[in-house]
Design a protein around this ligand. Structure first.
Ligand SMILES: [Zn+2]
Length: 264
């Protein structure tokens, strides 16, 4: 049995356990390949649309993964006769339009049931498959550890499940040959994701200035017509962007906790 490591010594082979991440003051360069993983159509536009628009304009190739197609997304704007089956293709098309506005090159729908998402092994395998296929430098997803935002919004269980499965797919599944070995048979070799940009974190360390693409974020969000109805999200989104930018004195930002898993 190996000797107990000294209290403050880095854990051999697992440096990230012992070395606290430094606060990142500079804005990271746009990753070459980005995979943006979310539970529902519109989640991406509310949370990270500015960052993706900025990166796409800087040359990033961005692929969006929408785990459900938002078939339960009914609200006061929804016609009374609307069904899940009728809503799905409408929301998929709204998501495609929003992605076009942002500059996202591809949207993948995984077809899971809206409102019923679990961080299952099946979902982890599916996301591992997508990661190995698209081989992103950065994955963008939510924070599964946050259950409450303020006093008025409990994080949707689908959001928590989606981000939990996304993080588990990034590490260790995507980079480990003998996890889901059936993927090797599909020609999908292991892939190391360089960094994970986690939005909605209570301890953000990275701030993307979105002031020049705030209008693009709003335009993309407005493509989700079934969800927006006649509501203009400008005031709310502008306020969120100001709040997230405040720690760096930015007029408009999206903030992230960033896990840097591999630098190469
Ligand atoms: Zn959602």
């Amino acid at each position: 049995m190996p000797a107990e490591p000294e209290k403050d010594a880095p854990t051999p082979g697992i440096p990230e356990r012992a070395v606290p991440a430094k606060a990142d003051t500079g804005e990271p360069v746009a990753p070459a390949r980005v995979l943006s993983i979310h539970a529902h159509p519109d989640d991406q536009e509310f949370t990270v649309g500015g960052t993706l628009a900025k990166w796409a304009r800087a040359g990033s190739q961005v692929v969006t993964v929408c785990i459900t197609s938002g078939g339960a997304g009914s609200n006061e704007h929804t016609p009374p006769g609307m069904t899940r089956g009728a809503l799905v293709p409408i929301r998929e098309e709204e998501q495609r339009q929003a992605c076009r506005v942002l500059g996202v090159s591809e949207v993948v729908f995984l077809g899971y049931e809206d409102g019923m998402l679990e961080s299952s092994l099946a979902l982890r395998r599916e996301l591992t498959r997508v990661i190995r296929r698209h081989r992103p430098d950065a994955v963008v997803c939510g924070d599964p550890t946050v259950r409450y935002y303020g006093a008025m919004y409990m994080n949707h269980p689908d959001h928590r499940a989606a981000s939990d499965a996304a993080l588990d797919a990034v590490f260790p599944s995507a980079e480990t040959r003998l996890i889901f070995p059936e993927l090797l048979d599909e020609g999908l070799d292991p892939h190391k994701v360089g960094a994970v940009f986690i939005h909605g974190s209570e301890s953000p360390d990275t701030f993307i200035d979105i002031s020049e693409v705030l209008s693009v974020k709003l335009a993309a969000l407005k493509e989700h017509r079934t969800q927006m109805g006649t509501w203009d999200p400008t005031e709310m989104i502008t306020g969120w962007a100001r709040l997230q930018g405040a720690p760096r004195e930015l007029e408009a930002a999206e903030s992230f906790r960033v896990m840097r898993l591999h630098n190469d």
